[in-house]
Design a protein around this ligand. Sequence first.
Ligand code: NAI
Length: 270
Amino acid sequence: MAYGLLKGKRGIISGALDENSIAWKVALRAKEEGASFTLTNAPLAMRMGEINKLAEHCEAKIIPADATSIEDLEKLYTGSMEELGGKIDFVLHSIGMSTNIRKGKEYGDLNYEWFLKSIDVSALSFHKMLQVAEKLDAIENKGSLVALSYIAAQRSFPDYTDMAQAKAMLESIARSYGYRYGKKNGTRVNTVSQSPTKTTAGTGISGFNAFYEYANQMSPLGNASADECADYVITLFSDLTRKVTMQNLFHDGGFCSVGISEEIVARMEG
Ligand code: NAI
């Protein structure tokens, strides 16, 4: 159901790779709620061509940008403001990548160049998005920026390796920049810590199926789907959450507050 929550708002949505991507679902919901926005992804990801389908459906222009490149981000903001006819009300950072995970490196055998790349792509890019926006004065008063995180920022998940540090930094950036942008023009900055979700980035982590099932059985509401994540992110872009900032918001069916569930007890006893 649509409520017109983003009527008249202008946005930038990064990270839609294919129809499983969380960003893809956010774009569909943002369109339904009346927003106009641009789509962006790394030039390499564009080659897959999937994003064109989404752009057509959402009547959205695609502006390629490597989120680690200041120059690309400058073009993204100026291009988006030109295309949409004004300053930006909301931005979704839905970007994550670890070569150490991709190549199956263990935590005691990480490649440090790749580690730095993970931090740059998955965390520092959020700071860059914020800093470039501030310098260009690209965010409308009372805007909203959201990045997607994971509970491995707080708890140990062995196969998440260097992404755990990247997510911890991402959440810290939301707090620090949230303060700054709040003072500047009432803009809020938050992270949403999402359940394991079956996407390209998610399923790339070894043991994914096990921790997907484990989280599902631990959470009283079950895992949150990508569609449900999109619903939540839309509320954060809307005017209904104007005083929510500098938070890491768990969207995980209750997982983060559970010690053990009846289902897991039954399994251990069985
Ligand atoms: P996805 O693989 O569909 O999206 C990741 C996106 O990052 C892709 O579109 C990719 O092209 C983009 N990307 C990678 N390097 C980039 C760069 N240098 N510049 C610009 N874009 C770049 O997977 P998903 O799951 O939708 O990931 C979105 C976000 O959600 C990520 O931050 C991920 O860590 C986070 N997340 C995912 C969970 C999951 O289980 N799938 C759980 C919690 C958080």
